[in-house]
Each structure stands twice: as C-alpha cells, then as structure tokens.
Design a protein around this ligand. Structure first.
Ligand code: AHM
Ligand code: MG
Length: 334
C-alpha cells in the first residue's frame, strides 16, 4: 500500500516538541524560509524565459558582480523574515553588514538570528545549472529586547540550532536539520507543497566521488595535491571519479546521497579559501555532521572555528567520513 505523504508543514508541527527549546518560534522561522524558498524557486525557474539574468550592476562586499536573481533572492528572504517578525537579526552574504530587526522596540522577544547565502552558485544560472540557498540559525547571546550585536553573529558553528539548504535543481528540495538528523523535502510544483522524500539522509561512510576545481590544482597546498593524486591512482582497487558542478549545494547534495568529498582549499588566488565560514561552511558542516559526515579546514573541525568577521573565508573539506579523514591525513603529512 502506498505510504501517506507527509508535508513539510506537518513534519515541522510533528517534530516541534523534540526540539529542546520548543516554543514554536523556530518552527515559524523554518516555515518562513519554506515560504521564501517557494517564491525564489518560482523566479529561478523562470530565469530562462525572462530577461532577468545578468549583472545587476551592483558589486557585493567580496568585489563580485551580483546577478539580478541574487538580489531578488536576497530581498525575498530578508522581506519574508522581517515581515513575519520572527527574528531579531539577519546577516546575508549579499549585505555588507548585519541587519538589526525591531531595534526600536524594547518589547520584542525574538531570540533567533539567521545567516543566509540567498543564492549560492549564481554564476550557474544563465547556463541552467542548479543553484541553492543556504541558511543557518542561532539563538542570540545578547539580551532579548535589545538590538542585536556583531557578537550574536560571530558564534562558532557548533552553536547552531538549525541549518539547511534549498537546491533549485531538476526538482527543488529543502533539506534541513535542527540537530536531530537531516531530512529532505521535495517540492511538488503542481501543488506548491514540499513533501518528505528523503528521511534521515546520511553520507555513506565511504564514497568514490571527489569534487574539486582541478583547474586550480597547481595552486593547491601539497596535501591536497597528494590526496588528488591518491584518488587518481589505479592501484588497490580504488576507483574514484571526479564530479564538480561548481555549485556547493548541488555538489554537497550529490555527495551526501552517493558518497563523496567536496574540497575548496586555500591557494594564492584565495589565500584563506573561497567559501565563507558563516554563510556557507558552518551550515554545510552542521548538516554534514548530522548526516554522519565530517567538515574540516584540512586540520580541524569547521564548527570549532571562532569567527572573527562576518564575511570570513576558510578552506573547506567536507563529505564522507573516511574520505575527509584521508584528506586530513594527507594534509598533516605533507
Ligand atoms: P558564490 O557564493 O559567489 O556563488 O561562490 C560560491 C561557489 C560555490 O557554490 C562553488 O562550490 C564555488 O563557489 C565554485 O567556485 P569556483 O568556480 O572557483 O570553482
Ligand atoms: Mg555563496
């Protein structure tokens, strides 16, 4: 007999009590992200039809061209979270500084902050390749009812209470964790609802996919070069294969399902790595650990890094446990 389909809304309600601080606030927050994700999905899907792609003319804090859909996604997520009045602060990869919500209202009781990469991998949009939204949720550490401060955002990844991503791919999925495993929901576009399609997602302990921009090979640290050579060797029956989309969410998603490792190391072009600790690495690290995987900067756990600035970058190695441990071993021994 066919199983009853569970919607994301039903799942959130059903699992609310298992969350340690259960007050309904986190559930409303995830509901808002679900809503904004549907709006952005609609727009991303239209990208090939309307003249919305292309540089918007703005440059973000990292000096990169912003494309119109980045701006659109950024606005939608910020608007939805602000209008529903459920967070006290937001930081976005597309904004220079964090946004303080309700700073004039001493009675506001919101205790969560959200960090978001509204549209990651957006250089892939104009060639119809999957992109994603990444989010990360923390409890503020400064007193409720006061304006949020930078220190609320500069918390270690290990303090996250929830994290997830939306992948706008052949189907659109929302995958998230609140610290009790990782669950994936697929959008039925005809109805506009997300359904639980991938319960309890886990990285296989081992895998055979390595995902890295090999165009940067000569720029990589020796340990990563050695690890790539190890993956390429034909001996010992180790049939590795290379898959790199250049869209973190999609590469991560595939590796979590099939088993693999994603690497964006430091190099002379990106001395501290390319990916941002707060908007990309910490949420993906939380998901990875909740899904039986590992996330490391090559030497230590990503979620143990004390952030010092909002747009900080770090080297990022993430995926199946045995593969990441092997890459770390190569880094130590290089
Ligand atoms: P973005 O935040 O500017 O989109 O950059 C992040 C993206 C990741 O999704 C992807 O894994 C990586 O940058 C690809 O970088 P590269 O083209 O240097 O390989
Ligand atoms: Mg990004």
């Amino acid at each position: 007999m066919a199983q009853k389909l569970q919607t994301l809304g039903e799942f959130i309600i059903e699992n609310q009590s298992s969350f340690q601080y259960s007050s309904g606030e986190l559930s409303s927050l995830i509901n808002s992200i679900r809503l904004a994700a549907k709006v952005v999905n609609h727009e991303v899907n239209k990208a090939g039809l309307v003249d919305i792609i292309g540089a918007a003319g703005d440059t973000n804090i990292q000096g990169e061209d912003q494309q119109k859909l980045d701006v659109y996604a950024n606005d939608k997520f910020i608007q939805t979270l602000t209008n529903r009045n459920i967070v006290c602060g937001i930081a976005s990869e597309e904004e220079d500084d964090f946004i303080c919500i309700n700073s004039q209202d001493e009675n506001h009781q919101n205790k969560y902050i959200v960090l978001i990469d509204p549209l990651d991998g957006s250089s892939n949009i104009d060639v119809n390749v999957s992109v994603g939204t990444i989010f990360s949720i923390y409890r503020r550490i400064t007193p409720v009812g006061t304006p949020v401060q930078l220190e609320d955002f500069l918390q270690k990844g290990s303090e996250q209470v929830a994290a997830g991503y939306v992948v706008y791919g052949t189907s659109t999925m929302l995958v998230y964790t609140t610290g009790d495993g990782v669950n994936g929901f697929t959008l039925n576009p005809a109805i506009g609802s997300f359904y639980l399609s991938h319960p309890r997602m886990e990285f296989p302990v081992d895998g055979n996919i390595y995902s890295v921009n090999e165009g940067n090979y000569f720029d990589f640290p020796q340990g990563i070069k050695n690890y790539i050579k190890y993956c390429q060797k034909e001996e010992d029956d180790r049939p590795y294969t290379s898959r790199y989309i250049g869209s973190l969410v999609s590469d991560f998603h595939r590796n979590m399902i099939k088993g693999g490792i994603y690497m964006y190391p430091q190099g002379s072009k990106n001395p501290k790595g390319k990916l941002r600790l707060l908007y990309e690495c910490n949420p993906m690290a939380y998901l990875a650990e909740q899904a039986n995987g590992i996330a490391s900067d090559g030497f230590k756990r990503i979620m143990d890094i004390q952030p010092t600035e909002l747009h900080q970058r770090v080297p990022f190695i993430c995926g199946s446990k045995n593969m990441v441990e092997k890459a770390e071993e190569f880094m130590r021994n290089a």
